[in-house]
Design a binder for this molecule. Structure first.
Ligand code: FAD
Ligand code: SF4
Ligand code: SF4
Length: 449
């Protein structure tokens, strides 16, 4: 085992999305040492991939990037990225995480993020960070504001031509890099593993991913983002600016045939947000949201919905029963509107599925954390201890315990950090270092790749 990555810290945070970053920063500012273990090559979670956020329409990366950088520069936080959690167990009063860091085929200690390898690599691959719409290279920095800025080589597409190795100024490319197992022990842990979306192929009635201009809502986030794949909203099949865009709500959630009976909570609001942003970038386009109910539950959300109606966005109360490819690249929807017009069809240049949210991680085979019937992490006493899991000293926050918006996620992350801090302070022999202000904290980068 490589000893370099092993650590003994006060708290482990599993998942480096906005919930994990907030919990880590709050714990570190209380004086505790924290290890963040992230599955992806960069921290930031879904939020760093969003365009703007409801209900304020703030730029998502303007909020997320400073938190990513603050965590990377905090002297008490160590970020571990590109890691698979193999086991999380309580051992003699400690929490022990056994982790394997996947090979990037780039030495994290040597890479300076210059991107010379990326520019020289001849192999183009679809960039999943951009919704699969634009190309990246077989070796690349994951995205422009990724943290850490370390290149990752994709072994499935690399043709081992050797160009990246030759051009790299620091000899960081290492085709023979191996997975690195390591162990982090702590006295508490916070699980912030977030969500994934249901698949485009899950519902046969919606074309199983074969309809060219039917995309999912995260892909639309990329089309709307300032550094998106086309720098404007174009439909993927032919680059046409869409004149008519449809949103299909509850495309997975509240649908027993999909096994998801619950509401995913954020889809109504993100569809309204995207529709508002689209009407700004495509002022002449017709935008229609097909919905069963609009769930605008948060502070300012109902006003946001009313503003969208005032802007001329169409809301049609209907459950879309089926979707198919229409003429000239259009997407044809079949639905029965509640106003009693009977079964109707409509064609749109581009359509967006508001897919359901499901847990990104399940503890099966890794630890004994209890999950609910929805498979999200179970919070045993939601009113008394809303971040306490079934494992003593293990807390959770954000979408790991159920679909949640950013406001609730950040609030819960602060709550989990406070609960974990109190748990740590109650342990025998606990001597947390005095909390410092952010200005006092030396800008020492603690990234173990
Ligand atoms: C299309 C779309 C638009 C949205 N727009 C908005 C909006 O405008 N406003 C708003 O308030 N909310 C919005 N949301 C909701 C918002 O994305 C969530 O509230 C937020 O991302 C939750 O943060 P999180 O950290 O809990 O989860 P995530 O963002 O999912 O982060 C979880 C992190 O954990 C990592 N992880 C997962 N499993 C493991 C593992 N086993 N080991 C280690 N790491 C792991 C993941 O890689 C990820 O980095 C939107 C959601 C979608 C789908
Ligand atoms: S691997 Fe080398 S060439 Fe590529 S970004 Fe890192 S330092 Fe630059
Ligand atoms: S060795 Fe692989 S990653 Fe490097 S330049 Fe050649 S194809 Fe690209």
């Amino acid at each position: 085992m490589d000893d370099n990555l092993n650590r003994n810290v006060d708290a482990i945070v599993i998942g480096g999305g906005i919930a994990g970053l907030q919990a880590a920063l709050d714990l570190a500012d209380q004086g505790f040492s924290v290890a963040v273990i992230e599955k992806d090559a960069s921290v930031g979670g879904k939020m760093i991939r969003l365009s703007k956020v409801f209900p304020t329409l703030d730029c998502a990366s303007c909020i997320t990037t400073p938190k990513m950088a603050a965590a990377a520069h905090h002297e008490r936080i160590t970020l571990y990225t590109y890691c698979d959690l193999k086991s999380l167990q309580r051992v003699d009063g400690s929490v022990r995480a056994d982790v394997i860091q996947r090979p990037r085929y780039v030495d994290a200690q040597k890479c300076i993020g210059c991107r010379k390898c990326e520019f020289t690599c001849p192999v183009m691959v679809a960039d999943q960070e951009q919704g699969g719409f634009s190309p990246t290279k077989a070796i690349a920095i994951p995205f422009s504001n990724a943290i850490p800025q370390i290149a990752v080589l994709d072994p499935e597409h690399c043709m081992l031509c050797g160009r990246c190795e030759r051009v790299c100024p620091t000899q960081a490319v290492d085709y023979f890099q191996k997975p690195r197992p390591f162990t982090v022990t702590a006295r508490t842990a916070v699980i912030t593993t977030g969500f994934e979306m249901t698949g485009m192929t899950d519902k046969p009635q919606y074309g199983r991913g074969t309809i060219p201009n039917l995309i999912d809502a995260l892909q639309m986030e990329r089309l709307l983002a300032p550094h998106g794949p086309y720098n404007r909203v174009l439909r993927p099949s032919d680059g046409k600016a869409p004149d008519s865009i449809a949103y299909i709500q509850c495309a997975g959630s509240r649908d027993i045939s999909m096994g998801l009976s619950y509401c995913s909570r954020v889809c109504c609001m993100y569809a309204i947000k995207q529709a508002m942003l689209l009407s700004g970038s495509l002022p002449l386009a017709d935008i229609t949201i097909y919905y069963m109910d609009i769930r605008a539950f948060g502070k300012g959300y109902e006003q946001f919905f009313q503003n969208a109606q005032a802007m001329g966005i169409n809301f049609v109360r209907a459950k879309v029963a089926a979707v198919e490819a229409g003429p000239d690249g259009s997407v044809r929807l079949h639905y029965e509107a509640q106003d009693g017009e009977g079964v109707t069809t409509s064609d749109h240049d581009l359509a967006v599925l508001s897919l359901g949210l499901i847990p990104a991680w399940h503890p099966d085979g890794i630890c004994t954390l209890a999950t609910g019937t929805d498979r999200f992490i179970e919070v045993l006493r939601p009113k008394l201890a809303p971040v306490q899991t079934s494992m003593a000293g293990v807390f959770t926050a954000g979408a790991a315990s159920g679909p949640k918006d950013i406001v609730d996620t950040i609030t819960e992350a602060g709550n989990a950090a406070m609960a974990a801090g109190r748990y740590l302070a109650a342990q025998p022999g606990s001597t947390p270092r005095p909390a410092e202000t952010r200005a006092d904290i030396e800008a020492t980068v603690h990234i173990d790749g």
